[in-house]
Design a protein around this ligand. Sequence first.
Ligand code: ASP
Length: 323
Amino acid sequence: MLGTWSFSARALGAAWPGLAQGGKALDAAVVACTMAEEDPAVDSVGYGGLPDADGQVSLDGCVMLAPGRAGSVACLKRHRHPVRVARMVMERTRHLMLAGEAADRFADEAGELREEVLAPEAAAAWKRWMEQAVGDALAAGTAVEREGVIDASLAPGPRPVDPGAGGPLFLSQERRWWGHDTIGAIVRDRAGTIAGACSTSGTPFKLPGRVGDSPIIGHGLYVDPAAGAAVATGTGELISAVCGSFLVVEGMRAGKSAVESIRAALERIERSFSLEPQHQAAFVALRADGDHAGGALRNGFLYSRQDGQGCTVSPATVVLRGD
Ligand code: ASP
């Protein structure tokens, strides 16, 4: 089992016993993401996730076993577990992706509990953002107000740095809301089946309606049993623009190692954008033969690996830039 960021170690650990007893890869990937979605200490996934500029949490997620076996949801606002709902889209419909209010209605009909999605800590962080960060950004001219919604997306911020403790990704607590910490999990079970899942609340304080890479098949997650799997985290706009996870898997299909494939996708991002200091993009990849790696544009990305020997949290195998 592989997961993005050090906080995924807890989630993988929770899913491990079931997998070790012969459980299926997809069940384990869903359990791992569900754990993170439930954890109020994880501030970019599920219940703890930071809301959009309107103060509303909207959650995205997807699951994938193969090009013909995937499901996804975007902008869930009344259900905490996008990955579980994405699995139902895959298993109970002929569609790949549901979005918005209709996706919440689908979840209702599928029997998912309606739950509060905004944790008190996340609500307090939104209030602080409104008071401080937006004030700063408006004063600096990097935020605009449109129809009562503040777009501070042009305001610069520090990028996420994982200190390895499984917690928040910023040294300065006041600025941690600019971060990214989607959970992505890739699991290979005893039968050799590979499954992936990805769950996020997206960019903190995003413009309402914004959807990043995470729920989009080929962007935030791609799995093809013939080649391998990749999952992404970081600035969704960078990752989506190069179909990041698909690009990594295609590299492995062409015979590259996991780390070479990640490096090539990161180089594509670097060539395609004029990178800003807060930009980060990271991938975790598993080749069909077990070769695996994690890599990032910049320092500060960690990934977790859980197997029969236990859990390890490692720095990225490749980091493209020293800045
Ligand atoms: N990739 C996610 C998004 O852009 C955010 C993240 O990984 O933190 O929605």
